[in-house]
Ligand binder design. Structure first.
Ligand SMILES: Nc1ncnc2c1ncn2[C@@H]1O[C@H](COP(=O)(O)OP(=O)(O)OP(=O)(O)O)[C@@H](O)[C@H]1O
Ligand SMILES: [Mg+2]
Length: 280
């Protein structure tokens, strides 16, 4: 990453332990420059959600804790702050699995995202209009109860709700989960738009490496609680190892069933790493 970029978030060698005994992150370091989209990729249980929770200070409610390393937001140590203090600093997490309030309408859900704001109703209404301009689907369905909306609309609602707090940085956990490919594309296009036009910085956790690398500027690959590779998204997309193990398009096995490729790659990845070609 070039020296000229402004580092917004600096995660430095963090270790995370759940329930005092389960060591999940084993020295994770990553940086998120202001105004960029950074992707954190890796398979089930790699530690993506845990990393986001460590940043947004949601670990305590999961009986987890950062036991080593540091997390800095614009140079300020934040690993001991509370979740609301993170929200006040403009950092908001959109949780995995689209947490909307089922019995509220989409608009009511969006408005709950503005609860920390102290700048008055008119300002909140302007933000709501802006959110609707990015998510016309939400505007169309604003009076529908969330329980009766589609998965894609709920994901958009979860992102829109985060935007209602006027965040500087959104930690977006697995936005593609369970969504049809066209909807995933629509969601990612909006994320890119928010990034370019509003300057919102994103740290994006994704199993969908292909989509993540299409939209991110920089990527980190996490395996078993450790970063095993990182680089400019464009370079990662062209990297033979990434192609073979994460994109299912490299060498042998391409053209087959994508899910089967994915399973094969994650199982083989360990022995492959022993050949130490990862960081070559
Ligand atoms: N609250 C918790 N208590 C104990 N262990 C946990 C807890 N949450 C996660 N873990 C464990 O930590 C490891 C990393 O989980 P995490 O949810 O961070 O992975 P992930 O990369 O987000 O995976 P996925 O793609 O499935 O969401 C897993 O082994 C998981 O079982
Ligand atoms: Mg996760």
């Amino acid at each position: 990453m070039s020296a000229a970029t402004n580092i917004l978030l600096d995660v430095n060698g963090i270790e995370v332990i759940y329930n005092h005994v389960i060591l999940v992150l084993k020295g994770v370091s990553l940086q998120v420059p202001e105004g960029r989209i950074v992707a954190l990729m890796g398979g089930n249980g790699a530690g993506k959600t845990t990393t986001l929770r460590a940043v947004s200070n949601l670990l305590a409610s999961e009986r987890g804790a950062v036991t080593k390393g540091s997390i800095e937001l614009r140079g300020e140590r934040i690993e001991r702050l509370g979740t609301s203090e993170m929200v006040n600093r403009g950092v908001i997490q959109v949780m995995e699995g689209r947490h909307c309030f089922a019995h509220l309408t989409l608009e009511e859900n969006l408005l709950t995202g503005a609860y920390t704001r102290r700048d008055g109703k008119a300002a909140v209404a302007r933000t709501l209009d802006k959110v609707y301009s990015y998510f016309p689907r939400l505007k169309m369905r604003r009076l529908s109860q969330a329980a009766y909306t589609s998965g894609g609309e709920q994901q958009m609602c979860a992102i829109g709700r985060a935007l209602m707090a006027n965040p500087k940085m959104v930690l977006l956990d697995e936005p593609s989960m369970g969504l049809a490919p066209q909807i995933v594309e629509e969601v990612f296009e909006i994320v890119k738009d928010l990034n370019t036009r509003e300057g919102v910085t994103f740290l994006l956790a994704e199993q969908n490496t292909n989509m993540a690398l299409r939209y991110a500027d920089y990527g980190y690959i996490l395996e078993n609680g450790r970063i095993v590779m990182d680089g400019q998204a464009q370079l990662l997309r062209e990297n033979e190892d990434v192609k073979e193990f994460y994109l299912g398009t490299g060498g042998s096995g391409s053209g087959g069933n994508a899910a089967a490729d994915q399973r094969r790659s994650f199982r083989d990845v360990k022995s492959y790493r022993r050949r130490k070609r990862w960081l070559a």
